[in-house]
Design a protein around this ligand. Structure first.
Ligand SMILES: Nc1ncnc2c1ncn2[C@@H]1O[C@H](COP(=O)(O)OP(=O)(O)OP(=O)(O)O)[C@@H](O)[C@H]1O
Ligand SMILES: [Mg+2]
Length: 480
């Protein structure tokens, strides 16, 4: 940038012009310093006077380096270069960005230089404050997520589209806050552990959530695991003794997983604790009061076990004060697509890829499959498919990514034998047929009500949210 005039020589400006010019420069918020070719200060505006606490009459005519030993202006005069937005702190807790340009006469000779300093002290302070606020916000967020990942969000992890299952979830949420013992019944992989944790964190109990898997502990060790033992209680025991799971769960929840596998010999002891509300460590005499909520889970029919003399009825009544039945996935087919999409999102994030949807032909296989491993199996299938898609750099899920036992559902199409997979295919066809009928009914009802969604929902006796969900599912435009 060339400023082609010596702004302060009377040969260029009249006295009036010069005054006007100085007036303007005095009234801008930046500090302005102008030096001549010998680095003598020839102009110093009012903002500069105020900012640097230097009076104009003291600095004018003096070498700029006397007042500003590190000044950039001599450099500008020496090499004719311009500098822009250089960060500088002329004194403690005070910050400026400065720019400096050479000034030229008509012939292009350097006749001086101009420096403009912008005071950014306030901006620096605000940005410091912002940084600190952001940091404490981050800390708060982390603290909050610790708390919220415990309570509310555990139940919100349990998702379903199935109206009666949603009722079960809500009822269970309400029961969580009571001290009642809860028995969770459901096939493998239906989410029993997820429920148990949700119940604990929703209960607001201050103690820990302690899980114990009754089928995984050898019966000889069971007693010491549950009740603990005093020092030297038996050979091989730890010298200092050991606290049992009941004491560990004090004030919290003890989750007895696979309760149907609890050894018969141990059941009376468990029953006594539940009746008395106190435990005695092995080898000890002093009973200790305990406040523990019991959530148990099983995939077995306990009544049948009672019938076979494998489970005590009195214990069963203690554990099953409130029973939650978690239906298998195949009995709530609507949840397949809901959960599949949820897991798809989760694993795509993990793999850093983007798969928008699961193709219809794969959904058909999903609908037809029996899902004996329930939600866990579905989760594994989606995880496997997403990993294979990521490896192949494919943004689509292909049938070949499914486990072979699922691929067979379609592969056996051409054989004439009536096989399980053929039956599954028929089921798959039925599903499609029902979908088509549903879609037609919805479309007709919409026409009938002139696309009034509340009217249509009333007509079909379904909640409006369900109508939107189904319209979306069948690709019927919502905003008509
Ligand atoms: N309704 C649901 N919504 C979201 N995720 C679910 C749901 N149900 C189960 N899951 C997930 O499915 C997996 C299996 O759940 P969980 O381990 O709780 O099942 P389980 O009934 O205890 O199985 P098992 O009897 O085999 O121990 C977990 O990853 C869980 O988070
Ligand atoms: Mg489990």
């Amino acid at each position: 940038m060339k400023v082609g005039v010596n702004i302060l020589t009377e040969s260029v400006f009249s006295d009036h012009d010069k005054k006007l010019f100085e007036y303007i420069l005095d009234n801008i918020p930046d500090s302005i310093t102008i030096v001549d070719v010998n680095c003598k200060v020839i102009f110093f505006n009012a903002t500069a006077e105020e900012y640097y606490h230097i009076k104009r009459e003291d600095i004018l005519g003096e070498d700029v380096l006397i007042f500003f030993p590190g000044a950039i202006l001599p450099k500008v005069i020496e090499n004719g270069k311009s500098y822009f937005n250089i960060y500088n702190s002329p004194r403690r807790n005070s910050y400026v960005v400065l720019s400096a340009v050479p000034l030229y006469d008509k012939e292009g000779n350097i006749i001086g230089a101009l420096a403009r300093d912008r005071d950014i002290t306030e901006i620096v302070k605000i940005s410091d404050l912002l940084n600190k606020t952001q940091l404490s916000l981050l800390q708060l967020e982390q603290e909050y997520s610790k708390i919220s990942s415990l309570g509310e969000s555990y139940f919100s992890k349990i998702i379903s589209n199935n109206a009666s299952f949603i009722q079960v979830i809500n009822l269970c949420k309400n029961i969580s806050k009571t001290p009642l013992n809860i028995l969770l019944r459901g096939e493998s992989g239906t989410g029993k552990e997820l429920f148990a944790k949700a119940i604990h964190y929703e209960s607001g109990r201050k103690g820990k959530f302690i899980p114990i898997n009754c089928s995984a502990i050898p019966s000889e060790l069971f007693e010491s695991e549950l009740f603990g033992y005093e020092p030297g209680a038996f050979t091989g025991a730890k010298i200092e003794g050991r606290i049992g799971k009941f004491e560990e769960a004090e004030g919290g929840t003890l989750f007895l997983d696979e309760i149907g596998d609890m050894p018969m010999g141990l059941q009376p002891k468990l029953l006594r604790i539940l009746e008395d509300g106190e435990v005695i460590r092995i080898g000890g005499h002093k009973p200790k009061k305990i406040d523990v909520r019991i959530v148990s889970a099983t995939n077995k029919d306990i009544r049948e076990l009672i019938h076979e003399n494998k489970f005590r009825q009195d214990l069963y009544y203690r554990l099953d004060v409130f029973q939650v039945n978690i239906p298998p996935l195949r009995e709530r087919k609507g949840d397949i697509i809901l959960l599949a999409n949820k897991f798809l999102q989760e694993f795509c994030m993990e793999q850093g890829i983007n798969i928008i949807e699961i193709p219809q032909d794969i959904l058909n296989v999903f609908y037809a499959h029996s899902w004996d491993g329930n939600v866990r199996e579905l989760r594994n299938v989606i995880q496997r498919s997403v990993i294979l898609a990521a490896q192949a750099r494919n943004d689509k899920i292909e049938k070949s990514y499914l486990p072979s036992y699922m691929r067979n559902i379609e592969l056996k199409k051409s054989t004439n034998n009536i096989s399980v997979s053929e039956i599954n295919e028929l089921k798959c066809g039925l599903e499609e047929y029902i979908s088509n009928v549903e879609k037609t009914i919805i479309e007709n009802s919409l026409k009938e009500t002139n696309y009034n969604k509340s009217e249509t929902a009333k007509l079909l006796k379904i909640p409006r949210a369900t109508l939107y969900y189904k319209m979306d599912k069948y690709g019927i435009p919502i905003d008509e």
